[in-house]
Design a protein. Structure first.
Length: 457
């Protein structure tokens, strides 16, 4: 490729550092698709003859069939997937293959291929997240009235329902999908035809190639077109937030599966044993999802670091844009699949959840709210009264509902018999009936809304 300018080939180390085929071979489908749209446009514009365009297009189909059947060979001398395709095309159809690169550069070629690949990756992540949402909605519907402790600071706070808890992760996945959709919308412009950095003097029809590849429009500035990797950063950011959400759920599963909690029993399919302790059932799938989140956020930081110091237009540093994206795609796809499988197959021990919800004075806020509603007590004063009631219950070794009316009235005379209607965990969750609250009726309504939204997709 460099023979006209260089008398000698690259040093061995240069050959090694310069070649990207070990990882960018993933782009072969996108490279062939973009090449076919480019040569079709060249033929339509009369830049190459219709016979040559047809021969090149058919040759590209043959290369694609070989790669589909046997994989992409790796020749470091050919550097990247673009030269591998062109070299094999030349072997198949002869010198006419050289016309394919008319009016394009590897700079706009890789920018186009990479956008196409990331677009496909976004679509795959969206499908995976939709499957996770379905799993969450199904299990939430099953447990719309199962009471469990709600936590702040990992301390028992107020009782909630398991369905409500699971639907919180549905909402996270909904936002994750919206971030991927936003990223897809921004990337969906075609750099093809920008050439090396300045555009080209050939009479290209960039709108035609953009449309053929499913882009909304061609990019508007050739310098930006070949040097922009915001679309990859957008993907990595959306993936990092998604992985963080998955990691939060994974952390809860790890905690819930521990003996002190005992909220869930892990399925065999997503657990491992111990090499020395036969009783162990380890939540390794959840722990790996948690670990993958760190690696994925690291990939975002890595590409930000690559891009931050690059002047316009293209620089070889940009070759390092693909490994973090490819690694993220693999890790996130595995994480979503693993989390979906776990949500689908976890056994929830709702009896254990209820027992812990009934301990820890989780209805203390309900008592305070009752004093506000029924006793016309300012909330701050009610808060103080309930604190004294909790102290009394701790001393007696019972819950708030275990205190007699006389004991409660000794703390504050405005407390009446009706207070016992709010001191059970069932009454507590039922009372949280504001929109988006944990009341079972609210949970069922949100589950139905979610099912309808997913069905409409």
């Amino acid at each position: 490729m460099w023979g006209g300018r260089f008398a000698e080939g690259p040093a061995a180390v240069m050959r090694e550092i310069n070649a990207s085929i070990p990882f960018d071979k993933r782009l072969w489908r996108q490279d062939i698709a973009a090449s076919k749209s480019h040569v079709a446009m060249l033929g339509a514009q009369g830049i190459v003859s219709s016979d040559d365009a047809k021969a090149i297009s058919e040759g590209l189909d043959r290369v694609a069939a070989e790669y589909e059947a046997d994989g992409v060979p790796e020749n470091l001398d050919l550097e990247d997937i673009h030269m591998h395709v062109e070299s094999r095309l030349t072997e198949l159809i002869g010198p006419v293959a050289g016309r394919l690169h008319t009016a394009r550069s590897r700079n706009d070629q890789v920018a186009t291929d990479f956008r196409l690949w990331v677009r496909d990756a976004i679509d795959a992540m969206d499908a995976g997240l939709a499957a996770l949402q379905w799993a969450l909605v199904k299990r939430a519907g099953e447990h719309a009235d199962a009471v469990m402790p709600g936590f702040t600071h990992l301390q028992s706070a107020q009782p909630v329902t398991l369905g409500h808890h699971l639907m919180a992760y549905y909402e996270m996945a909904k936002r994750d999908r919206s971030r991927f959709a936003d990223a897809r919308g921004r990337l969906n412009e075609s750099p093809l035809g920008s050439a090396a950095l300045a555009g080209t003097g050939f009479a290209l029809d960039r709108e035609a190639t953009a449309a053929a590849l499913g882009f909304d429009r061609p990019t508007a500035n050739s310098l930006d077109s070949v040097s922009d990797r915001d679309f990859a950063l957008d993907y990595l950011y959306a993936a990092s937030v998604t992985a963080m959400h998955l990691s939060r759920l994974a952390e809860e599963i790890v905690i819930w599966a521990s003996q002190p909690y005992g909220f869930v029993t892990l399925p065999d399919d997503y657990s491992t044993g111990s090499s020395i302790m036969p009783q162990k059932r380890n939540p390794d799938a959840a722990e790996l999802v948690r670990g993958h989140a760190a690696r994925i956020s690291g990939c975002l930081v890595a590409l930000l670091g690559v891009m931050k110091g690059l002047p316009l237009a293209y620089a070889k540093d940009t070759q390092d844009d693909k490994p973090p994206v490819f690694e993220t795609h693999d890790l996130l796809g595995l994480s979503i699949a693993a989390m979906t499988g776990m949500v689908e197959t976890l056994t929830f021990r709702t009896d254990r959840m209820r027992a812990l919800a009934e301990s820890g004075f989780a209805t203390a806020t309900d008592l305070a709210d009752w004093l506000v509603r029924e006793g016309d007590v300012p909330f701050r004063e009610a808060h103080h009264i309930v604190g004294a009631a909790v102290k009394a219950a701790e001393a007696k070794g019972c819950g708030l509902d275990g205190l007699s009316l006389g004991e409660l009235q000794a703390i504050d005379s405005r407390i009446g018999e009706g207070v016992y209607d709010v001191l059970t965990v069932d009454a507590s969750v039922a009372s949280r009936s504001s929109y988006g609250g944990t009341a079972p009726d609210q949970v069922r309504a949100r589950v139905e809304e979610a099912r309808k939204a997913l069905d409409e997709e």
